[in-house]
Design a binder for this molecule. Structure first.
Ligand code: MTE
Ligand code: CO
Length: 419
């Protein structure tokens, strides 16, 4: 007990008295005699677990509500399904590995790295087969990138549907990857002049493949082995996944086992039937790979109401663009009548999530919250109606429209659409 750091009881009581000034601003409203201050709590009275009780640490049991969630009616079978990142429970820009949303076409492949290989074949001078140890002999690089599924916000095309940013915007995660540059691996194999496309293939039962133009492959694509400093999680493609910065998540092939070099795109199922954007006139938009600038207010939001009543209030959210950084986000509290520049905070990295805040004094009246991102190319996030005017209502993919939350006088928030 004697070596416990921290303020003494006398100091705490003094601080409470000084808290009167803070209470006047609405920032602290604790009554005197709060047992959390005046009583010894159980955890102050005995020693806790020793150092080896948790060899791989997990969050506090009090954070058990912070978890990936799915929408059961969305897909018929959890093996080919998706769950969502709890954006409203997160801070900063990095997604903890255990909270990264999952999208699998045939479940999580449990790959034994000792039995896993990466093959490079097709229009190359030398077909190569790498063990995981071979891959680690290329120079390694560290980059933070967001991965957004092209179907993120897809349920919202026709109108407000799902009540929570976890469900409307949670098919995204943002982690630091460690890996080798795809171009270094391709150069080792010697790409022939005719080799203008690659076809990465996954080792899961779905054998996922996607065509990617060689220009992108040689630019910034990575073969990643680690995320946030540890090996990839099985859900994210352990032991290797492709990283295709700024481009739709479907291309980021997990459990990567083969890369074929060819002279044209492969016309396979995924690309021709699913990953196209159907336009109003029935035409399809193909090859829309980069994810356009987008943002969402994560707090307050339907899963994260304002519970403290009127007074100082912190609004926060995230923004990202597949075309660069996000120098600016504007927010409105009144459905777009007045816009205010949000405060960007934390690292501003290329093709990575950005964090913004807007601190305001809530007067307790209903709010219509929106955020609007602008990326480093000058592109401004459109309204949903602006998007629909161009793409109609038949799309599922690439919905980067402005999200609206209606907050009522109790602080409860709801997904709505206005004008
Ligand atoms: N790779 C393989 N091998 N199998 C898959 O089912 N799903 C793709 C892509 N890569 C998939 C895959 C899709 S549609 C997306 S959005 C991302 O992986 C999801 O990555 P995550 O599970 O790490 O969030
Ligand atoms: Co996807």
């Amino acid at each position: 007990m004697t070596d416990r750091p921290g303020p003494t009881r006398r100091a705490l009581l003094g601080a409470m008295a000084a808290g009167g000034a803070a209470a006047a601003t609405g920032l602290a409203a604790r009554a005197e005699g709060d047992p959390a201050i005046t009583e010894l709590q159980p955890w102050m009275q005995y020693n806790g677990d020793g150092v080896d009780a948790r060899p791989y640490g997990m969050p506090s049991p009090f954070e058990a509500h912070v978890k990936r969630r799915n929408v059961e009616w969305l897909t018929a079978d959890p093996v080919s399904s998706v769950n969502f990142t709890p954006l409203h429970e997160m801070e900063g820009i990095i997604t903890p590995n255990g909270l990264c949303f999952e999208r699998h076409h045939a479940g999580v492949a449990e790959v034994d790295p000792a039995e896993h290989r990466l093959m490079i074949n097709g229009l190359v001078d030398r077909e190569l087969v790498f063990t995981m140890a071979d891959l680690a002999r290329f120079p390694r690089h560290n980059k933070v990138y967001f991965l957004e599924c092209a179907a993120n916000s897809g349920m919202e095309w026709r109108g407000a549907q799902l009540n929570g940013c976890q469900f409307t915007h949670g098919m995204i995660h943002n982690v630091m990857y460690t890996g080798v540059m795809l171009r270094d691996v391709l150069n080792a194999a010697g790409v022939q002049d005719a080799g203008t496309w690659i076809l990465p293939e996954g080792a899961d039962a779905s054998g996922m493949t996607r065509s990617i133009p060689m220009e992108k492959a040689l630019d910034d694509c990575m073969i990643a082995t680690h995320m946030n400093g540890e090996r990839l999680r099985p859900e994210q493609g352990y032991p290797v996944r492709l990283v295709v910065p700024g481009w739709e998540g479907n291309m980021w092939v997990k459990w990567l086992r083969r890369i074929e070099v060819g002279d044209q795109p492969w016309h396979h199922r995924e690309e021709t039937s699913k990953y196209t954007d159907l336009l109003a006139d029935g035409d399809a938009r193909r090859f829309t790979w980069a994810m356009d600038a987008k943002s969402v207010i994560t707090n307050p939001s339907p899963q994260a109401p304002i519970t403290h009543g009127p007074g100082p209030t912190v609004l926060t959210g995230v923004a990202w663009s597949g075309h660069g950084t996000i120098p600016r986000v504007d927010v409105t509290l009144d459905g777009g009548i007045n816009w205010h520049a949000a405060r960007m905070d934390g690292p501003s990295l290329d093709k990575s999530m950005h964090r913004f805040y807007y601190e305001f004094d809530w007067d307790g009246s209903p709010l219509l919250l929106q955020s609007r991102a602008q990326d480093s190319t000058g592109y401004v996030q459109p309204t949903k109606d602006e998007l629909r005017a161009v793409r109609g209502k038949n799309s599922i993919y690439h919905n980067n429209g402005i999200q609206t939350w209606a907050v009522d006088a109790r602080g409860e928030a709801e997904n709505v659409e206005i004008g």
